[in-house]
Design a protein around this ligand. Sequence first.
Ligand code: NAI
Length: 257
Amino acid sequence: MQIDLTQRSAVVTGGANGIGLATARRLATSGARVAIWDRVAAVGTAAVQSLVDAGLDVIFVEVDVTDTAGVQHAVAETMTRFGRLDILINNAGIVRDAQLVKVRDGVVTGGMSEADFDAVMSVNLKGVYTCTQAVVPHMLTRRWGRIVNATSVVAANGNFGQTNYVAAKAGVIGMTKVWARELGRRGITVNAIAPGFIATAMTEAIPPTVLQTMKDATPLSRLGTPDDVANAYCFLVSEQAGFINGAVLGVDGGLVI
Ligand code: NAI
């Protein structure tokens, strides 16, 4: 199946690293003009330069997805450069792991801080709402749009030490289904991708023994690559995926079946 995104303009949040960067490259090699939105200016500029050097039509826009005014500016800048917005990949995400309560010798010695709870909700959940609300008006004018949100396998199953992250990723699934209902009649599809364990900076901090356990639990016996996930994003934003709406696509090697 040939995926042709020529004429399409895409935003990939958190596109300076990992899955987002692979997705930006994948969409651009399929013909799309791509705006990488990320908060890390130096990394983003270098990442975009490598794609531009490869002949791809990619720009970098520095923005923090938790900053509503900043997101509005990012939309304006992207519209100025591209003149249209057809595709939004809500990929930016962070982790701040801690157990709800930490207990030693029967005494509570700590636990997830309110600041860490709020930070993850702010980027991983509210940032998705902020970016989508800002971008959708430009999709409505053409009655065509593709929105794909990053959730995770842990959203449905929980994960040790991830109260904040799991709550946010489960919320993303909820918002995906609401927007699929609200926007479908206006030509916009909204879906989510639930990656398993993918080899990126985010999973680098996981102890090797835990990663080995994850590989052993995965029928394909390996971690995923950013390109594995990028290929799924590329399909969901294509013309060919036009009747897929409100779906959560697992890209996890069969970890969750
Ligand atoms: P990563 O840590 O390699 O990249 C995340 C990117 O998001 C970075 O470039 C970072 O600067 C950007 N970002 C973070 N906060 C931001 C903010 N406030 N505004 C703008 N940009 C911001 O992460 P990775 O592994 O590529 O993950 C991408 C997405 O996939 C995340 O939403 C993550 O939760 C999700 N995911 C990743 C999995 C994995 O195993 N790596 C598994 C399941 C889901």
